[in-house]
Design a binder for this molecule. Structure first.
Ligand code: FE2
Ligand code: FE2
Length: 207
């Protein structure tokens, strides 16, 4: 029913933006020793983790948006486990930002709303495109995470462990969406998505 979907979506949105998320899995690298980082290295790690945290806020919104409009419950249910892993990512990033003494993006409600709308459109245009959009998103995120591993200080093993596990998960989410029947998106859409994520990641690095 529409009202149930509305309530669930609204609840997910509020929890993502306002509440403290709980991870199902233990945080990767939590038992590793904290490295001695210079102020500059610390600020770099905080900024990169803020970007990743925003990415995970967007992931929550995208999954929630596509579940809101998709008529295919089999797909929605198949993607639930990916959505649970995204909550782990959200919690891990938030935790690490706090540990480093940083803060989350002030624009999270805005990122959430925009991504929810995108997910809802993707969910409405049909299964193969919806899955295609998810597969491409996850693919782009995993490329982006590889870039972060290059930018992060090598000593910062506690941050790196989180990103490494996220990279493994996002790659498997892309694979899962493909296995469920994702269509390959037109190049123009892929380029548009890259541009949108560039704007998001550049902004979130600072704000
Ligand atoms: Fe994620
Ligand atoms: Fe993912």
């Amino acid at each position: 029913m529409l009202i149930d979907r509305l309530i669930t979506s609204f609840d997910t949105g509020l929890r993502t933006v306002l509440a403290e998320p709980h991870a199902n899995r233990a945080r990767p690298g939590a038992d590793m020793k904290e490295a001695t980082l210079s102020d500059e290295q610390k600020q770099q790690a905080i900024a990169l983790m803020r970007v990743n945290h925003v990415g995970e806020v967007c992931a929550q919104a995208l999954y929630s948006g596509q579940a809101f409009t998709s008529r295919n419950m089999q797909i929605v249910n198949s993607l639930k486990h990916a959505a649970v892993e995204e909550t782990d990512h959200l919690a891990w990033c938030e935790d690490r930002i706090k540990e480093l003494g940083g803060r989350k993006s002030l624009l999270n409600p805005f990122w959430y709303a925009g991504s929810f709308a995108l997910g809802a459109v993707a969910g409405a245009v049909g299964d193969k495109w919806n899955l295609g959009f998810l597969a491409e998103t996850e693919q782009q995120v995993s490329v982006h995470l590889s870039g972060h591993l290059e930018k992060l200080p090598t000593e910062d093993v506690r941050t790196r462990a989180i990103i490494e596990q996220m990279h493994v998960d996002e790659t498997s989410h892309a694979k899962e969406a493909k296995q469920l029947g994702a269509a390959d998106l037109p190049d123009a859409i892929k380029t548009g998505m890259k541009l949108a994520s560039k704007i998001m990641t550049t902004t979130a690095y600072y704000v």
